[in-house]
Design a protein around this ligand. Structure first.
Ligand SMILES: Cc1cc2nc3c(=O)[nH]c(=O)nc-3n(C[C@H](O)[C@H](O)[C@H](O)COP(=O)(O)OP(=O)(O)OC[C@H]3O[C@@H](n4cnc5c(N)ncnc54)[C@H](O)[C@@H]3O)c2cc1C
Length: 469
């Protein structure tokens, strides 16, 4: 303790204000806890500042730029479409500001104290919070750690003005003429698609056999087809080896099919995964157990092996997604309040805001079989839905995974327009233990994409109306 650093006593301490931390803080306050949240950066964490929200804003702007080019098929012709990218960035920034200041207001409205600074653990009831000038000791009864993650840096691709991580790619001041994306996961594919819509010549280098590894082949195939139609090049089984920065760009070397290749671009975006922010927190001082990936081990209430310390979000196992972090935040807050909340990961949706959008919830057909379910997959194409046709966006399908014995819905996959919104109904169906019959008997408004859900359920029951059995 430094001279004059008198410890301040806290009830519940939340470390990090991303979608895990701020949601945990609000829920903890709602249960009557006196909450302090400490954030070393900007309120809202990665998600609101440099992740979900700005990326979706950029993707939307990209779609609008693409649509503005007109559509021969619909007889819409336009001329001289131009993009003022600084305006796009300004608008994106305003969306982020509205949300982050809204979250700050919500925290204050719930009487959560907000402290700026970096947390370092001293023991199981004590932290130091440091900013540039000061260090203050706090003691706490309970703590929820939600410190998130950061992009992995490859040793041969040191980040710079031309070698970008996702934050760098989101904040470009100009639309690149050419962009190389290393890593065809969801972040690389989303940002690559967004820039392709602005007219950038995009090359995606993916080390594995396919982009969007976690998704079924038929789903990623649709995204690849669309990306290629926008002039993108996708090289799979390509091992990026190094980058040379030139005066106004980069030369990226990679190996594919045993051959060394080079591709030149204005920028290279490296999105090869993220690392949990757990190694500079002093967790070893407290004896918190971690796995070999640096993820904190937790029980079904998000409690670490130290019983008054909880961990949530990107620093624990499972898909690194904002809604999963928020869900865990509520569980941890309620567990501290003595409630009987436990994690149930059965129905965590995952979405890629690509073109078309991909979404999944629950089991895939293969995953369900591996888990011992006797299931069948029932597919309904967007091309047989009136609304999809009237949107001129009929590429895609919905697949329902149901248990053979009783039609219980255990999973769903969607590739198509608005998949990101449509997946919620299926998450609810899984959560509520619904069967295909329940969905088939639910009247869906016409003409909507939602009818695809009803029709996929009818396929499962053997009674589809708009496709021949
Ligand atoms: C480009 C991009 C797009 C994404 N798109 C989506 C999407 O569409 N949907 C989705 O679900 N997910 C998306 N994600 C993932 C999502 O952003 C993360 O899963 C989510 O932000 C994790 O939340 P968190 O609360 O665990 O951590 P974070 O949001 O990372 O927040 C952690 C916070 O803790 C703070 N912190 C760290 N260490 C300390 C310390 N020692 N002391 C004090 N504060 C500290 C950090 O400054 C940060 O603000 C995206 C990510 C990226 C990069």
């Amino acid at each position: 303790m430094v001279v004059g650093d008198f410890p301040i006593e806290l009830d519940t301490l939340v470390v990090g204000s991303g979608p895990g931390g701020y949601v945990a803080a609000i829920r903890a306050a709602q249960t009557g806890q006196k909450v302090t949240i400490v954030e070393k950066g900007a309120i809202g964490g990665v998600c609101l500042n440099v992740g979900c929200i700005p990326s979706k804003a950029l993707i939307e702007a990209g779609h609008r730029a693409e649509h503005a080019q007109g559509d021969d098929e619909l007889g819409i012709k336009t001329e001289n479409v131009s993009v003022d990218f600084s305006k796009v960035q300004e608008w994106k920034g305003s969306v982020v500001n509205k949300l982050t200041s809204g979250v700050e207001g919500l925290l204050k409205g719930n009487k959560v104290d907000i402290v700026g600074g970096e947390v370092y653990f001293v023991d199981k009831n004590t932290v130091k919070v440091m900013d540039e000038k000061n260090s203050q000791t706090y003691t706490f009864k309970n703590c929820i750690i939600a410190t998130g993650s950061h992009p992995i840096e490859l040793p041969t691709f040191k980040y710079s003005d031309r070698v970008l991580d996702s934050t760098g790619a989101l904040n470009l001041k100009e639309v690149p003429k050419k962009l190389v994306v290393i890593g065809g996961g969801y972040v690389g594919t989303e940002l690559g698609s967004a820039y392709a819509n602005f007219g950038t010549e995009v090359t995606i280098l993916e080390g594995l056999k396919d982009i969007l590894g976690g998704f079924e082949k038929q789903m990623s195939a649709l995204v690849k087809k669309k990306l290629k139609s926008k002039g993108a090049t996708i090289v799979t089984e390509a091992m990026a080896q190094g980058v040379e920065e030139t005066k106004d760009g980069v030369k990226v070397t990679y190996e594919a099919k045993g051959k060394k290749e080079t591709v030149e671009a204005d920028y290279v975006l490296v999105t090869v995964g993220r690392k949990p922010n757990t190694d500079e927190l002093g967790l070893e001082q407290v004896g918190i157990e971690m796995d070999d990936k640096g993820l904190v081990k937790i029980d079904e209430q998000c409690r670490t092996n130290v019983d008054n310390i909880f961990a949530i979000g990107d620093i624990v196992d499972g898909p690194p997604l904002a809604h999963k972090a928020s869900y865990e935040g509520k569980i941890a807050a309620e567990a501290i309040a003595g409630e009987n909340a436990v994690i149930d990961y059965n129905a965590i949706p995952a979405v890629v805001f690509s073109d078309p959008e991909l979404a999944t919830v629950g089991y895939s057909e293969e995953g369900a079989k591996e888990a011992g379910y006797d299931v069948k997959a029932s597919k309904f194409p967007f091309a047989a839905n009136g609304r999809a046709l009237s949107l001129n966006a009929s590429d895609g399908f919905m697949k329902l995974i149901t248990r053979k014995e009783d039609g219980l819905i255990v999973g769903a996959q969607i590739a198509g327009p608005n998949a990101s919104d449509m997946i919620s109904e299926l998450g609810l169906a899984i959560e509520a233990g619904m069967t295909a019959e329940d969905l088939a008997l639910t009247i869906h408004a016409h003409p909507t994409l939602g009818e695809i859900t009803m029709e996929a359920a009818e396929v499962a029951m053997g009674t589809p109306i708009h496709i021949v059995k």
